[in-house]
Each structure stands twice: as structure tokens, then as C-alpha cells.
Design a protein around this ligand. Structure first.
Ligand code: IPE
Ligand code: IPE
Ligand code: MG
Length: 245
């Protein structure tokens, strides 16, 4: 069992393996994405039940535009469908919706749906669901650097005042705590340009489960893994303190 104090404050998930899930069943990749979106819906509910206050879902990376146009367009349609269908329900359940990533490149009607979802749910406090859409970790860092450079140039801040805290505040996750636990499904053990800056001290959990199969049980397993980790942040083990050498 994991006690409340071992519940990660922020879980970030790379939802990978929709395509392989579909291919293994002789279905289209889009069918896999559809199942994947359902899994995402369930994981939001499960995270709420487990008392996880921040959940970030990597739904579309800044590199996913490299996919065939048909697949990109199907992914956008799914996104549109779920933003329309789920926003009211999430709001009712006390979820605050936030979107990170370069939304300027998304279809305009989707940008409107995002703005609507964010403003409707802005005061909700049960869980914050962060959707990473057209998100890239490097891009996030570059945007923050550019904004700070602009402020210095405009005389609004001083180079000497730029530090890790001010930099963090200018990331797209500015007011969101760094992830404690990062989960990636589908057996890949890479970060794929996800929250590079923010994951400096995240515990990393990789599972072979393909995203459409990811259930509450899998989330509980990841949370239990997290509860068993000792985070040292460059220090030494708590057990080593006070032990004579
Ligand atoms: C993750 O599943 C969904 C997105 C990246 C949008 P994939 O589509 O990457 O599935 P695989 O990796 O091809 O199996
Ligand atoms: C990462 O998955 C992006 C999302 C899950 C949205 P990818 O399937 O795009 O990553 P790579 O290409 O295998 O690194
Ligand atoms: Mg993939």
C-alpha cells in the first residue's frame, strides 16, 4: 500500500504504443488512437481517485507532424471530438484543464476549444490535467530563453536576476510543480523531447504495456514503484545520516 504522502504530486505520461496496439489486431492506426484516447479518459479518472493533483498527458509532440498527413488529421479530429465531448464532464468533476505546447500551429477551431476549456475550468482545484499538444521540451526551453531575452532588452529585468526559479516560471509549465513521476508505455525507454527541463529529478517508469491497454492497475503499479524510491537530489541516503563511518 502507498500512503498519501507517497502519492506523486505530478505524474507525466508519454502515452505511446497506439499504433502497435492497432497493428497487432489488424486495425488501422487511427483505431489505436481512438482506443488510446479512451485510455486517457480513464486515466484522468483514476488519477483523481488516487489523489494525484497534477497529471500531464503527452498527446502530440512537436515532431509528430512528421507523420503521414492522414494520421495527423485523424489525431486532430480525435482531439477536437474529445475537447468538445469531455470538457463539461471534466469541469463537473472539478478538473482544471491546461494546455502546453505551441498552439499557434494547431487548427484555429481547436485553439478556440482549448481556450474555452481553460477558461471554463480555471478555478477548479481537484486535479489539474495538463495536455501537451504540439509540445517539445527543447522548444519550451527556447521560448523561455527568448522571453527572458526580450525582458532584458526591454529593461524589464536584469541578466543577474535570471536564475533557475525565474527560468522555471517562464516555462510553459510556469505555475505547475515539476513532475515527480514520468511514465512511458510501450517498452520504449526514451524521453522523446518531453518535459526536458522539468524532469530533472523525476523518477522514470517504463512499462511494456501499450497505451490503449493502460488501466488503473498499471497506474497503481507505477505509483507503487514511485513510493519505493528514495529521492536524494544529489544528497546522500537518509539511512546514511548518523551512521558512523
Ligand atoms: C502514441 O502512439 C500516440 C501519439 C504519438 C500521438 P503511437 O502512434 O506513437 O504508437 P506507436 O509507437 O506507433 O505504436
Ligand atoms: C512520443 O511518442 C510522443 C507522444 C506520445 C505524443 P512518439 O511515438 O512520437 O515517440 P518516438 O518517435 O517513438 O520517439
Ligand atoms: Mg510511438
Amino acid at each position: 500500500m502507498t500512503s498519501a504522502q507517497n502519492i506523486p504530486q505530478h505524474v507525466a505520461i508519454i502515452m505511446d504504443g497506439n499504433g502497435r496496439w492497432a497493428t497487432a489486431r489488424g486495425l488501422s492506426r487511427t483505431e489505436g488512437h481512438r482506443k488510446g484516447a479512451e485510455a486517457a479518459r480513464h486515466v484522468v479518472t483514476s488519477a483523481g481517485e488516487l489523489g494525484i493533483p497534477y497529471l500531464t498527458l503527452f498527446a502530440f509532440s512537436s515532431e509528430n507532424w512528421n507523420r503521414p498527413a492522414d494520421e495527423v488529421s485523424d489525431l486532430m479530429s480525435l482531439l477536437r471530438y474529445y475537447l468538445k465531448k469531455e470538457t463539461a464532464e471534466l469541469h463537473k468533476n472539478g478538473a482544471r484543464i491546461r494546455v502546453i505546447g505551441d498552439r499557434a500551429a494547431l487548427p484555429l477551431d481547436i485553439v478556440k476549444l482549448i481556450e474555452n476549456a481553460e477558461s471554463l475550468t480555471r478555478d477548479n482545484a481537484k486535479i489539474t490535467v495538463v495536455l501537451a499538444l504540439n509540445y517539445g521540451g527543447r522548444q519550451d526551453i527556447v521560448f523561455a530563453a527568448k522571453e527572458l531575452a526580450r525582458q532584458v532588452k526591454a529593461g524589464e529585468t536584469d541578466i543577474a536576476r535570471i536564475d533557475e526559479n525565474s527560468f522555471s516560471r517562464h516555462m510553459m509549465t510556469g505555475d505547475i510543480p515539476d513532475p515527480d513521476l514520468m511514465i512511458r508505455t510501450s517498452g520504449e525507454s526514451r524521453i522523446s523531447n518531453f518535459l526536458l527541463w522539468q524532469m530533472a529529478y523525476a523518477e522514470l517508469y517504463f512499462t511494456d504495456t501499450l497505451w490503449p491497454d493502460f488501466s488503473k492497475k498499471d497506474l497503481e503499479r507505477a505509483v507503487a514503484f514511485f513510493a519505493g524510491r528514495e529521492r536524494r537530489y544529489g544528497g546522500i541516503s537518509a539511512q546514511s545520516h548518523g551512521v558512523q563511518g
